[in-house]
Design a protein around this ligand. Structure first.
Ligand code: NDP
Length: 478
């Protein structure tokens, strides 16, 4: 049977009005960096330069932290809680109104398919602000005492895989609890954070409550080590997370870290195979596998291994890779040349260590950063591709015979962010969930998120929770 051909269905870029250059957002205004430094952000799908963005240095970090402190002391901490809530509701509504623009901009700067930015990222961003707006004047019912207090100024550093969503996970609870923030987006994806700064202006948020500093790792380091902040929230690699934990250890800063993962997605012989295959695909190929909780280790019960693998390969042959702005695209671009190099390197290690590599026939665009959906079979627990976070569209397949063996293999990792279980038996789901050392266990589904549900890790996946009642604790003096 020939492959069904789709006509191109690109979403229009016209809704986005990109500026040639962007300043830092400090005290409610866009301003150049003190030393005039700037960098360019590109579209990973085409390598086209999208805009030039200011690079914050230590003097800018000082300025932003001072603005956040002033706003905390004079405005935000003395504002009645229900007024804080109103600002958050207003921001949430503006995000909904501007959702198409934000989705197109996110896909341009990050490379993710418009279907995902439009249907997953941006709706969750709005949901996060709505959810936390509701908490602002109800904190005494959150279980942290009768009048829980804010911490003060939060320094927040986020990665490039879900740029605006990670911003929402950081800023919404911080503001709802009465803190002010200085946030640094990732170097490769600053544009939706800068549009969020415009949204703060549009919502008449008091100056200094939210400050956005664009820059690279040095800017992040200057922010988290600044003596003027009370709280550090970081999402990113385990390596940088450990460095931040060391940097903050001698201080009184409260720290939460959300780091890497190597999640097991476990398929039992009684699972509905077609449904499980959809879950496997969603688990590792959603967002090109740039997901900290991605189901990157597939554990299949030996008795159904051939059947699951054949179905998976059939399904992968139907995935469409290409233009992120095309509404029919399933797999977009890899976010950067550096990330592509890392995915290539680990995939070559997988082959060299003896695993078998397979990808569906798939034409890669000439320009930009691309990697085909890839499956490794014959993987053993000792292989690096079974142990290390690849953070790309690469799945390692292992097998097991008994539930106890599945638990042992799933937990055999320094990480513990998430896991998936596919089975027809409710009792087995509960048996597995109580033994898997992971912050989230999905049953007969994968990669499902909700602002009311806490998210976070065991072991080297970090500490602290984001979302839900539990996530408020990170921003309260309790
Ligand atoms: P990083 O941990 O370096 O980046 C995360 C954020 O931290 C970025 O904003 C980054 O800035 C900033 N940063 C970098 N160094 C420091 C520092 N010393 N102090 C404070 N902030 C800092 O991840 P990478 O983007 O380099 O990705 C590397 C690997 O990390 C990936 O291949 C993937 O395996 C993993 N990763 C995991 C994520 C997760 O959610 N679990 C998210 C992102 C990456 P900038 O980007 O500007 O350099």
């Amino acid at each position: 049977m020939g492959k069904f051909e789709y006509a191109p269905a690109p979403e229009s870029r016209a809704i986005v009005s990109l500026r040639e250059s962007y300043g830092l957002f400090i005290n409610g205004e866009f301003t150049p960096s003190a030393d005039g430094r700037a960098f360019k952000t590109i579209s990973p799908a085409t390598e086209e330069v999208l805009a030039e963005v200011a690079e914050a240095g230590p003097a800018d970090v000082d300025r932003a932290v001072a603005a956040a402190r002033r706003a905390y002391e004079r405005t935000w901490s003395v504002l009645p809680a229900k007024e804080r809530g109103k600002y958050l509701f207003r921001i949430a509504r503006i995000i909904q109104e501007r959702s198409r623009e934000l989705a197109v901009l996110e896909s341009l700067d990050n490379g993710k398919p418009i279907r995902e930015s439009r249907d997953v990222d941006i709706p969750l961003v709005a949901a996060h602000f709505f959810y936390h707006a509701g908490w602002a004047d109800k904190l005494e019912y959150a279980g942290y005492g009768p009048a829980p207090k804010a911490l003060g100024v939060a320094g927040q550093v986020i990665p490039w895989n879900f740029p605006l969503l990670m911003l929402a996970w950081k800023i919404a609870p911080a503001l709802a609890c009465g803190n002010t923030v200085v946030l640094k987006p990732a170097e490769t994806t600053p544009l939706t954070a800068l549009t969020f700064a415009e949204i703060c202006q549009q919502a008449d948020l008091p100056p200094g409550v939210v400050n956005i500093l664009t820059g690279a790792g040095d800017t992040g380091k200057a922010l988290v080590t600044h003596p003027g902040i009370d709280k550090v929230a970081f999402t990113g690699s385990t390596e940088v997370g450990k460095q931040i934990a060391r940097d903050c250890a001698p201080t009184r800063k409260k720290v939460t870290l959300e780091l890497g993962g190597k999640a097991a997605n476990i398929v039992f012989e009684d699972a509905p195979v077609d449904q499980a295959v959809e879950g496997i695909v969603n688990g590792i190929f959603f967002n090109q596998g740039h997901v900290c909780c991605a189901g990157s280790r597939l554990l299949v019960q030996e008795s159904v291994y051939d059947q699951v693998l054949a179905s998976l390969q059939r399904r992968l042959a139907t995935l469409r890779l290409g233009d992120p702005l095309d509404k029919n695209t399933d797999v977009g671009a890899i976010n950067s040349a550096a990330q592509l190099a890392k995915i290539r390197e680990l995939s070559e290690v997988g082959e060299a260590e003896g695993a078998q590599r397979w990808s569906p026939p798939c034409e890669l665009p000439v320009k930009g950063f691309w990697f085909p959906p890839t499956v490794f079979t014959g993987v053993s627990q000792a292989h690096r591709i079974a142990r290390e976070e690849i953070f790309g569209p690469v799945l390692s397949v292992l097998t097991f015979r008994t539930p106890a063996e599945a638990v042992e293999k799933a937990n055999n990792t320094p990480y513990g962010l998430s896991a998936g279980v596919w089975t027809d038996k409710g009792s087995r789901i509960l048996w597995m969930a109580s033994r898997l050392r992971a912050g989230v266990v999905w049953a007969n589904t994968f990669n499902k998120f909700d602002p009311s549900s806490p998210f976070g890790g065991y072991k080297e996946s970090g500490y602290g929770r984001e979302g839900g009642r539990h996530g408020l604790e990170a921003y309260l003096d309790v």
